[in-house]
Design a protein around this ligand. Structure first.
Ligand SMILES: *Cc1c(COP(=O)(O)O)cnc(C)c1O
Length: 384
């Protein structure tokens, strides 16, 4: 199934709605991505760092006790939580920095809300010896003081953005204006499968390693493809990476799980936000609405354009879960498997707790465990 009809579009979604100066930078990025993505040296270099720095392949773990407890489908966990820095974001950060290197760009900029993408970017920049500037809303720097310190420890400069409401959107605006001014030496490293073309395609490409591995691993272990692949969706990068190699396997159900406090896929409407078209939560004026997920990494009023299309075309299904269900899933996985999941990943587990018992023992589920929960333990402690 080829989703891209016109370059950068997934059905009616995607595109690039940006000012001409920025469009020029994005077109150049697109040309370079096309040039290097299938280049053998580039692929080898990417795989080298995934193996020796990130620690891939990560396991596909059979969740034996959870499977027994639920009494339905066999449940496997794809262990992105075991990656260096504890989540899937590092896959994409390394891929994009390698692309920047090939383009001769030595300065990396990024924006971050909760700080997880900022930390992944700062980590990869330190390892490659690249200059790193992270834009963060002033409000967010206060709420995420420890992540600010982590980024600084890793050698990044964190710029606190006072403009506007001092939130993610304001940080994005600052990062984009930096890019337009400094594009001759600067690369904008985007953290999820969102934004104007070519970013959703680039991020999917680098995160596809998740399903490249899981497909090989499940065939080795079970001799067949899974009944379904389940992943949480914020911007949609871990989910699109977990789905990518199964898109053409029409019998494999693809299931995205979002917070019911940020339900862009289950309640959103087609809209243009942040330079691209997607399913989004907007007010009467067309502005993105505030969202309130307990998982900072899922707090986004839109979703990647490819997910928007997968929803519309019916190829993938999306469900929302509540904060209470997520907190319960967080504890159940910890107790039954000895794995404390990120609150984001606990969304995928929460849906699995309801879904697995409805299936038979011949069914097999792959749940993408996008990250580890160490970062969330304090927050869950405060909530319980
Ligand atoms: C950032 C993050 C997410 C959400 O981002 P996606 O782009 O939707 O994958 C999910 N899980 C973890 C652990 C994260 O850090």
């Amino acid at each position: 199934m080829s989703l891209v009809k016109e370059k950068g579009y997934f059905g009616q979604f995607g595109g690039s709605f940006v000012p001409p100066a920025l469009q020029e930078v994005l077109s150049n990025l697109d040309a370079n991505f096309e040039k290097y993505k299938d280049d053998e040296d580039f692929i080898q270099e990417f795989k080298y760092y995934l193996k020796d720095f990130v620690g891939r392949d990560n396991p596909l773990t059979f969740a034996k006790r959870l499977t027994e407890k639920l009494g339905g489908a066999k449940i496997y966990l794809k262990r992105e939580d075991l990656n260096h820095t504890g989540a899937h974001k590092i896959n994409n950060a390394i891929g994009q920095i390698l692309l920047a290197k090939r383009m001769g760009l030595k300065r990396i900029i990024a924006e971050t809300g909760a700080g997880q993408h900022g930390v992944a970017t700062a980590t990869a920049c330190a390892m490659f010896g690249m200059e790193c500037v992270i834009y963060m809303g002033a409000e967010d720097t206060k709420r995420q003081a420890l992540n600010v310190f982590r980024m600084e420890l890793l050698g990044a400069k964190v710029v606190s953005v006072e403009k506007g409401q001092g939130r993610l959107k304001d940080a994005v605006d600052e990062a984009l204006s930096d890019l337009v001014q400094n594009h001759e030496n600067t690369f904008y490293l985007l953290g999820s499968a969102v934004g104007p073309h070519p970013y959703p395609t680039i991020v999917k490409h680098f995160q596809s390693i998740i399903s490249e591995e899981s497909k090989r691993q499940i065939v080795e272990k079970e001799g067949k493809l899974p009944t379904a692949v389940i992943a949480c969706t914020g911007g949609g990068s871990n989910a699109i990476g977990a789905f990518a190699h199964y898109l053409d396997d029409e019998d494999v159900r693809l299931i995205g799980v979002e917070p019911d406090k940020a339900p862009s896929l289950t309640k959103g409407v087609p809209a243009e936000i942040h330079g691209f078209k997607c399913l989004a939560l907007i007010d009467e004026e067309g502005n993105p609405m505030p969202t309130y997920s307990i998982a900072a990494g899922l707090d986004y009023p839109g979703i990647g354009p490819e997910h928007s299309y997968l929803k519309e075309s019916g190829r993938a299904e999306y469900y929302a879960v509540s904060n209470e269900e997520v907190l319960e899933a967080f504890q159940i996985l910890s107790k039954t498997e000895g794995i404390i999941p990120a609150l984001e990943s606990a969304h995928a587990i929460a849906y699995t707790l309801k879904f697995a018992p409805t299936l038979s023992k011949d069914d097999v589920l792959i749940v993408n465990l996008s990250g580890r929960g160490d970062k969330d333990v304090q927050q869950v402690f405060d909530m319980l």
